[in-house]
Design a protein around this ligand. Structure first.
Ligand code: TTP
Ligand code: CA
Length: 360
């Protein structure tokens, strides 16, 4: 699911000062050259009724709101980030994988948590809306779909405070009637070019031959437009701020080829790595070892497991096997050794908590 906070900067200002709620509110980036020079950062929905939106010049916004009891405020990023952090914290613990995008959007992969059920995902979204409203006071819109592309487009069709679900069997009928510019990457220029080719809806685009799209837009964009218009998107939700790997390296007391000595040193590194895995609720799937040899050349060996795990025993056993293999294939002594775990993923232990939360 994609969560997008509604009219975010303006909503933050309303939160700080509820008396703004029944007035058009415009947040501006003032360039400082003259009193009204600059652009609109965002506006609340009341202001949008008067044609005020992100990107238009402030003087134009003033003109559109002439004789209307409205409020113009300068951006206060620090405050918006503070609110954003609080919301993200609430959301973070409710996903299998959580990816923050910018200040006011987040993708939540909830496939495992909901056992792939779109109904359960909808219930979870409703729960999250309630939690964030109670704990922070902010509303947002949600799109739920079989992939990021559909979640994003679904989120945009109903704002503010919307919740739109597109199930796999609904993808075609959902996408086909939408204008092409709903797809990320279709801006004014490209949408004009498509219109010249009589491609106006996503359905029109999906019926275009991929070779033709490649000939017109180039390989990358052409293939992307073909896939996107057919609802195909394989981008995984990527954990925000999550390390790609955790590794430790140390120098041996003396250069050696003795597996027992190397394993002993590796044991210390493994202890550190394991602690960090537990602290961050992470599993690993790939294990790597590195050895800096006495001639200072570097050697690596790695092993991928069938399943992610956080087991310290598995890590110890695999590291020993890898160093054994490495020593057998080299003739020099090791001088420094390192251990690394990668292909990290979030541990599932929140799943049970959430399931019981939904049932209560
Ligand atoms: P958006 O999510 O695009 O807009 P929004 O949250 O204001 O409104 P919506 O209800 O449609 O989601 O952008 C998030 C914030 O980024 C927005 O509050 C202000 C800022 N922003 C700009 O400063 N300039 C811009 O041109 C845009 C589009 C956004
Ligand atoms: Ca937003």
């Amino acid at each position: 699911m994609l969560l997008d906070f509604d009219y975010f900067f303006a909503q933050c200002e309303e939160l700080r000062n509820p008396s703004l709620r029944d007035k058009p509110v415009v947040i501006g980036v003032y360039s400082g050259r003259t009193e009204d020079s600059g652009a609109v950062s965002t506006a609340n929905y009341l202001a949008r009724h008067y044609g005020v939106k992100s990107g238009i010049p402030l003087f134009l916004a003033k003109k559109r709101l002439e004789n209307v009891d409205s409020v113009f405020l300068p951006v206060d990023y620090e405050y918006y980030e503070e609110i954003s952090d609080r919301i993200m914290q609430v959301l973070n613990s409710h996903a299998d994988v959580f990816e923050q995008v910018g200040v006011d959007e987040a993708y939540l992969d909830v496939t495992k948590k909901t056992q792939g059920s779109f109904e359960k995902a909808g219930e979870l979204a409703t729960t999250l809306k309630q939690l964030v409203k109670n704990q922070v006071g902010v509303i947002f819109s949600v799109g739920i779909g079989p992939n990021k592309l559909l979640a994003k487009i679904a989120c945009d069709v109903n704002k503010p405070d919307g919740l739109t679900t597109v199930k796999p069997e609904e993808v075609e009928s959902f996408l086909n009637p939408l204008p092409v510019d709903r797809l990320i990457g279709v801006g004014r220029k490209i949408s004009q070019k498509m219109s010249d080719l009589s491609i106006r809806t996503i359905g029109d685009l999906s019926r275009c031959d991929v070779q033709r799209l490649v000939a017109i837009f180039g390989k990358t964009l052409g293939v992307y437009f073909h896939n996107a218009s057919n609802g195909v998107d394989n981008e995984p939700v990527k954990e925000t701020g999550q390390a790609e790997s955790i590794s430790r390296i140390a120098t041996l007391k003396q250069n050696t080829r003795d597996l027992a000595l190397i394993s002993e040193k590796a044991g210390v590194l493994i202890g550190d790595i394991h602690r960090e895995l537990l602290q961050n609720d992470l599993n690993y799937r790939q294990i790597g070892v590195i050895a800096v040899l006495s001639d200072l050349t570097i050697r690596n060996r790695s092993q991928t497991l069938e399943q992610p795990t956080n087991s310290v025993e598995t890590l110890r056993d695999e590291v020993r096997l890898l160093f054994d293999k490495l020593l057998n294939e080299e003739t020099s002594e090791a001088r420094r050794i390192g251990v690394k775990v990668s292909q990290l993923s979030k541990n599932d232990k929140n799943q049970r908590q959430l399931t019981s939360y939904l049932q209560n």
